[in-house]
Design a protein around this ligand. Structure first.
Ligand SMILES: [Zn+2]
Length: 275
């Protein structure tokens, strides 16, 4: 599944090709993805100019004066900007035809999603879509730091891992990144969120920011279903310290890493180095 770094990589790859271009038409080859595609995509979006391509959590927003097309890549979605005469292949569910942006040729933004857990929705100008309404701060923003996590976690008995993966607490810190950040900060994923000190939360917030920024700089992790807009995979996965390494030696102490399920998600940590 694309995580925040892959979505940010997608955003950065698409923005130069989309910003300033006008949507001429929307072609839907099926009426729904994860949810029905709303009528505004065909009725309101054509004729609008894309002013900005933004990311919020793992959603992409194509901002226009009338509102924003809201996209999620789900488990297996990809977005590519192609010459407008590129033949359609399997699972190419949506095309947005774009003008040439001046003297250039027409292009098409093509949404391919074999498993159809992705979505294409509409957020009217001046409104916040319900999917975005209750989200916590962006992990790379100044609003997310140790003081924030400390204040937000008091009285919480849930494991710190589940707390950090709660999208109302902070968005986009998926299973890979929470495992790596907890390892770097030396915090056990099982510890109650309300029992982690302010100082240790400062280490954890810094670790989350560092690992996400590093993953974005490297183009995200290499995940089977993910294709970046330029077709190049990232090479981050082989550098992970904990995630996917259950039973292997801890990179810090050499003792075997433990693996167990927490909140239905596989968790790997070092019981010696993480307390
Ligand atoms: Zn260790």
């Amino acid at each position: 599944m694309p995580e925040l770094p892959e979505v940010e990589t997608t955003r950065a790859g698409l923005a130069p090709h989309l910003e300033g271009r006008r949507v001429l038409a929307a072609t839907l080859r099926r009426p729904d993805l994860r949810w029905p595609i709303p009528s505004e995509i065909q009725d309101t979006l054509p004729g609008q100019r894309i002013d900005a391509v933004r990311r919020r959590a793992k959603y992409l927003l194509l901002d226009t004066a009338a509102g924003s097309a809201l996209l999620h890549l789900g488990m297996s979605g990809s977005l590519r900007v192609l010459p407008s005469d590129t033949p359609v292949t399997a699972h190419d569910h949506v095309d947005l035809l774009l003008d040439g942006g001046g003297s250039g040729a027409r292009r098409v933004l093509r949404f391919n999603d074999p498993r159809r857990f992705g979505c294409l929705l509409w957020q009217p100008a001046g409104e916040v879509h319900p999917l975005l309404a209750d989200l916590g701060p962006e992990p790379l923003s100044a609003d997310f730091d140790g003081d924030y996590l400390f204040a937000r976690s008091r009285g919480r008995s849930a494991p710190v891992k589940a707390f950090l993966m709660d999208q109302r607490v902070v968005v986009g810190v998926g299973n890979i990144y929470v495992a790596e950040a907890l390892f770097a900060a030396g915090i056990s994923p099982l510890r109650a969120a309300g029992k982690v000190s302010r100082e240790r939360y400062a280490l954890l917030a810094a670790a989350v920011k560092a690992i996400l920024a590093y993953a974005i700089a490297r183009g995200g992790t290499t995940l089977r279903d993910f294709i970046s807009p330029d077709g190049a995979p990232g090479y981050f996965e082989q550098e992970l310290s904990a995630y996917g390494r259950g039973g292997e030696p801890c990179p810090k102490c050499g003792r075997p890493l433990k693996q167990a399920a927490i909140a239905q998600r596989t968790t790997v940590w070092c019981p010696h180095c993480q307390r």
